[in-house]
Design a protein around this ligand. Structure first.
Ligand code: AMP
Length: 282
């Protein structure tokens, strides 16, 4: 496995690989890797000749007052995890190379970025789509893997790749959870022991909604009340949103069906956590 920090070097490796007829898969991450990232890397390993993992805490997707400076970073540990998963190249560019003085070009996906995290984190998806577009131009992947943990991000990136004819196949991967249900996230590192317990209200709420949906309840009003009740019972939990949307259009629904996305964003103390499920899926 090789660590590449230079954009030009990564681009020439990718161009040479393509010239030689090799396929490239990219797994973009912000590092501090966990089993959720590892599942993407393991799947990526099977899907192409060359597996590239990018590690870049992207400043343009953090708003003022968000956790860009404190976001957990540990490149050495990440390199060990990536190597064990069969990564060929870690691409870890410097922010000053990705966004040099004078930088002024951004990619914006419109309607899909308005609700959910787009509403609570203005500018977030503009930063995400911009950095992913740049990574695609640098790594030149045939396909790229993203987790459904960030469901809206996956939807937005699929849209961008299709709308801009990027020629990159976007693959969505299932959410990896801790044994007790907590969705894995680099931000879980912020949680104290007590907060870690409270954080289980997200997966518990999703689980209960899914159970009740399976017992034939279709009213979103009823299902939402159930989720709100479970989360509001946690004193340290503050709800950002609890939404029931169509999984493809990300528009609100009143009657639940198998395509209903239940999306949660909840602050546990100072840590903002997201989780989701699609009612028709396991
Ligand atoms: P991040 O480093 O948080 O930007 O995540 C990098 C990629 O890993 C994104 O495509 C995420 O959706 C994905 N990811 C993060 N956590 C999980 C998880 N628990 N299960 C599956 N994929 C995940």
């Amino acid at each position: 496995m090789k660590l590449i920090e230079s954009i030009e070097e990564m681009q020439s490796i990718a161009a040479a690989a393509r010239q030689a007829g090799k396929t490239i898969v990219l797994v973009p991450t912000m590092g501090y890797l966990h089993a959720g990232h590892a599942s993407l890397l393991t799947e990526g390993r099977k899907r192409a000749d060359i597996l590239v993992a990018s590690i870049f805490v992207n400043p343009t997707q953090f708003g003022a007052g968000e956790d860009f400076n404190t976001y957990p970073r540990d490149l050495e540990r990440d390199m060990r995890i990536a190597e064990a998963a069969g990564v060929d190249y870690i691409f870890a560019p410097k922010a000053s190379d990705m966004y040099p003085a004078g930088y002024q070009t951004y990619v914006n996906v419109e309607e899909l970025t308005l609700p959910l995290c787009g509403a609570s984190r203005p500018g977030h998806f503009r930063g995400v789509t911009t950095v992913v577009a740049k990574l695609f131009n640098i790594v030149m992947p045939h396909l790229a893997l993203f987790g459904k943990k960030d469901f809206q991000q996956l939807t937005v990136i699929r849209r961008m790749a299709a709308d801009l004819n990027m020629g990159v196949q976007i693959v969505g991967m299932p959410i990896v959870r801790e044994a007790d249900g907590l969705a894995m996230s680099s931000r879980n590192a912020y949680l104290s022991q007590a907060e870690r317990e409270s954080a289980l209200c997200l997966s518990r709420a999703l689980h209960s909604v899914q159970d009740v949906y399976r017992s034939a309840e279709r009213s979103v009003e009823t299902l939402r009340k159930l989720a709100l009740g479970i989360i509001n019972a946690e004193p340290s939990a503050a709800i950002d949103y609890v939404e029931f949307y169509h999984e493809a259009t990300l528009t609100e629904v009143e009657q639940a069906d198998d395509h209903t996305l239940v999306a949660l964003a909840v602050r546990i103390g100072k840590t903002r956590l997201i989780d989701n499920c699609v009612l028709g899926e396991e």
